[in-house]
Design a protein around this ligand. Sequence first.
Ligand code: SF4
Length: 345
Amino acid sequence: MTQSSRSDRFGGLELRHDREWNYELDRITEAIDSREADTVGLQFPEGLKRTAPRVAADIEGAANRDITTVISGDPCYGSCDIDMALARRADLFVHFGHLPMSENDGILYVPLFSNVDPLPILEEALEELAPPEELPDVGLVTTAQHINMFDEMKATVEAAGYTVHTRRGAERLSQEGHVLGCNYASADLPVEHVVYLGGGKFHPVGLAMEHPDKHVLIADPVNNLVTDADADPFIKQRYGDIHRAMDAESWGIIFSTKIGQERWELAQEIVTNNEAAHLISTDEVTPDRLRNFDFDAYVNTACPRVTTDDAARFDEPLLTPGEYRIAIGEKPLDELAFDTYHGTW
Ligand code: SF4
């Protein structure tokens, strides 16, 4: 499939300023018309914030009515991370870069599909696997940026002679084959090998942590690389932090106010059963937010990837809820598991 036919299929005018992403200007202007919106909130992931003023100008120029756009300045790392204060104030709220985690009136999701052709690197990755006569079953997952090509990816794996296994698996995931950094239920498949198609290591490393029994093969069309995911460095670091927290006499239990990261019951249950634990409410979980507290260790009930990927940035041990149970002796060390996040809101 050519680049232009793919972009036609998923709709939208090209922005005059940005040829790389399709911001689906026509869908946004239609929503402005149908909702008679005067105020339009716009939320971009961190990596695309620099494009925000240009996209806002294009939306204002294309709209059939006078509108005011407001760009969210809050951090945004996922579809769990909706700026609800702005969404409440705006007549229409447009969230760019992620698939919907939960459908809400007044929120329009514009996923921003990649314009890189994923099929050549997928074909290359399949050559790394044992031939289909020896190992016929292969799992396939991808991210929001490439999910628009999922049918073509499946066809490519099948054309190579394999039986492709896919599923959706969780309400938090938008569709079949989709993975999030906090949920890999789409890879709960009866296979030894899972091909992950997407850019970077963030998602496949989480996948390897969640499924230590599977071989995770990365087909990265952005960097044009085929590699294996290796979660060992992260797992070693998790053991290190658990050991450091075993002597803790005071615990800060972090509860996130982000709409898709709230795990109130879980956080509350921990403090109910531990007199040395106190709840801390915050939107972001960063070293700066914790610096002036004096707890010996913390439990992060918010995004699990802050715990697993950013642990070294924190002065005190920061554990997932499951790791906390190991540190206080409720669970054995060999029950260390990835902190999968369920549900939506
Ligand atoms: S909780 Fe973390 S990993 Fe999950 S969607 Fe949000 S930012 Fe991504």
